[in-house]
Write a protein that binds this ligand. Structure first.
Ligand code: HH2
Length: 270
């Protein structure tokens, strides 16, 4: 297991080099601003920085590999040089992952878990790095049209394990796999809530679990807040996930999330 995942908790800071991400779209589309933001998240205590160049919000327009590379590569290079904090590339494209590894990324975070690009598992295996496999269905354009599960926990587990098989068959070591339930991806409100409440079932598969609930619309649906007012609700979602055994939290708000995790951990150790 990667040392970062052996800790009681770790925070993955989100760096979206995009014009259209659901929360911070356009804020860090400029490379210099994205690097500055990443350095700030590193200074706040992020254990890893997740750099992405394509929004995956519901209905987002797809981006070419060339455009994604143009956005993320200079940011990855500079962040690796300046922070020394590990960088993951948030991409579903093998061409982007390959070039991101060359630029210094040492983790792969794939919201499609290899469904969009059959070459990705092989590139991940060659990279020999940890891979976050996130659950979703269909594509960002269609995933929220009619999501339905008879038993969301059982189906997410089953569908993720099928993706694990594809990655291990391509040569990815089991110890390098991290699972993510994909909060907000092809999920109804109740699906997100049940997945958080029963996250222990996913943890019980034996893989480290990453959770990304930060500022997502399910928090808004419950609290009635727009994306700028969802910090407290997002922090609340960290607690059940951590109690269930999730250890990696993908968030926009690093220092606040770390404060929550430090208190949860201190209470658990008392
Ligand atoms: N959520 C988003 C993107 N990547 N990766 C993992 N592993 N888990 C997640 O929950 C997850 C993810 C969506 O959030 P964000 O990057 O802030 O928005 P956008 O996709 O609009 O850029």
């Amino acid at each position: 297991m990667h040392p970062l995942l052996a800790r009681p908790f770790a925070v993955m800071g989100i760096v979206n080099v995009t014009p259209d991400s659901f929360y911070d779209g356009g804020r860090y589309a400029d490379a210099a601003l994205a690097v500055e933001h990443a350095c700030a998240l590193a200074a706040e205590g992020a254990s890893i920085l997740d750099i992405g160049g394509e929004s995956t919000r519901p209905g987002a327009a797809p981006v070419s590999a060339e455009e994604e590379c143009r956005r993320v590569l200079p940011v990855i290079e500079a962040v690796v040089r300046k922070t020394g904090v590990p960088v993951s590339v948030d991409t579903a494209k093998s061409a982007v992952a390959l070039r991101a590894f060359e630029a210094g990324a040492t983790w792969l975070n794939d919201v499609s878990a290899g469904r969009f690009d059959p070459a990705l598992p092989g590139i991940a295996a060659a990279g020999g790095c940890p891979v976050v496999l996130m659950h979703s269905r269909e594509t960002p354009a269609t995933m929220q049209a009619r999501p339905f599960y008879a038993d969301v926990v059982a189906q997410v587990k089953q569908e993720l394990l099928a993706r694990v098989s594809v990655f291990t068959a391509a040569g990815v070591h089991k110890d390098d796999i991290v699972l993510d339930p994909g909060i907000g991806f092809a999920k109804r409100l109740e699906d997100n809530l049940v997945l958080l409440r029963r996250l222990g079932d996913l943890v019980a598969l034996g893989y480290p679990v990453c959770v990304g609930a930060s500022r997502k619309s399910f928090v808004g649906a419950i609290t009635g807040r727009d994306k700028d007012g969802r910090l407290a609700g997002s922090l609340a979602a960290v607690a059940p996930a951590w109690y269930a055994g999730a250890r990696l939290f993908r968030v926009h708000d690093v220092k606040e999330t770390l404060d929550v995790l430090k208190v949860l951990d201190a209470v658990a150790r008392a």
